[in-house]
Design a binder for this molecule. Structure first.
Ligand code: NDP
Length: 297
């Protein structure tokens, strides 16, 4: 069997177009969605992510306010900047690019963001609402994964899903979303025993561990759907190459559908950030939000 390659770029483009159309409508009603983007330090990967986010925001009609701060910026400075942004009516979303330098208290910084402007969905209140199944802002990467899965399967009810990785930004919210979609969910992590056996059982595998090609195709169930969140930089013949957490070449001979890296989950993450920002602006303007699955149609 050769797998269907799930085209994250095409799905992200459809989503961005929906966001842009609604942002234009909102602007005609007097509200231009605004996103503040805070980058601390000069980590090259973070600079690339931030510049992609701001470019795509501008293309979708979302105004962005950029804060590029020195690597020695203190927690206190960040907290006062965020408080000022919380108070601004033209800023609907606040994004702090992670990771922050080790001397900064990341939890305190994230906790300062007004939950209504927390477009990454990392605030404890939003994470708690997700766990309770209440309406909330869902973290962008798992939301993008869910949209792709729904495009492949429609209804996920009853499917056996394995989430590999339990981080607060990917693994845990992903598991919550799959549970809300009536999957039977297993969460694996670095202390899990016999990961290949769990993979063999799973009809859906979401891999988010940050280990290049660690999940072998031989472990996967025939016909499974695989969402590869991993973005790992490796050296091949002296050149840097991006690969996922799944060994794509062996997996695609076995599974039913798989996301490539690059071109799978990555573009969906940014498109979902735009969607979350738009919806924060819509809520502030007191009109109807776009449901993620409706937006991806
Ligand atoms: P973290 O490092 O925060 O978490 C990794 C998780 O994987 C941990 O729960 C860890 O377990 C688990 N893990 C590590 N090694 C293994 C292993 N051998 N077997 C099973 N589980 C393991 O990473 P993130 O969640 O932030 O990111 C994961 C990957 O996704 C990275 O490659 C990152 O670059 C990528 N990413 C991609 C995004 C996108 O837009 N496509 C967005 C965000 C992340 P334990 O908890 O026990 O330590």
């Amino acid at each position: 069997m050769t797998a269907t390659i799930i085209d994250g770029r095409a799905a992200a483009e459809r989503l961005r177009n929906r966001v842009a159309a609604r942002a234009a409508e909102l602007a005609r009603m007097g509200t231009v969605p605004g996103l503040a983007v805070i980058l601390v330090g000069d980590d090259p990967a973070s600079q690339v992510y931030v510049s992609n986010k701001t470019k795509q925001a501008a293309a979708a009609g979302i105004r962005h306010f950029d804060y590029r701060l020195a690597g020695d910026t203190t927690t206190e400075t960040l907290v006062s900047l965020i408080r000022a942004l919380n108070a601004r009516p033209d800023v609907h979303g606040i994004l702090v690019q992670l990771p922050l330098p080790p001397h900064v208290d990341t939890n305190e910084v994230l906790a300062t963001i007004d939950p209504a402007k927390d477009v990454d969905g990392f605030h404890a209140l939003n994470a708690g609402r997700l766990a309770l199944g209440l309406e909330t802002t869902v973290p962008c990467t798992p939301l993008g994964c869910l949209i792709l899965l729904r495009q492949v399967h429609g209804n996920l009810a009853g499917m056996r899903a394995l989430v590999i990785g339990r981080s607060n930004i990917v693994g845990k919210p992903m598991a919550q979303l799959l549970l809300q979609n009536d999957c039977t969910v297993t969460i694996a992590h670095s202390r899990t025993r016999d990961l290949p056996a769990l993979c063999r059982e799973a009809e859906i595998v979401v891999a988010a561990i940050g280990r290049p090609r660690a999940i072998s195709g031989a472990w996967l169930r025939d016909g499974a759907t695989v969402i590869d969140v991993g973005i790992n930089r490796i050296e091949v013949d002296g050149k840097t190459k991006l690969v996922g957490d799944v060994d794509f070449d062996s997996a695609k001979e076995r599974v039913g559908a798989i996301t490539p890296v690059p071109g799978g989950v990555g573009p969906m993450t940014i498109a979902c950030l735009l969607l979350n920002t738009l919806n924060a602006a819509i809520r502030a303007a007191n009109t109807r939000v776009i449901e993620p699955l409706e937006a991806s149609e």
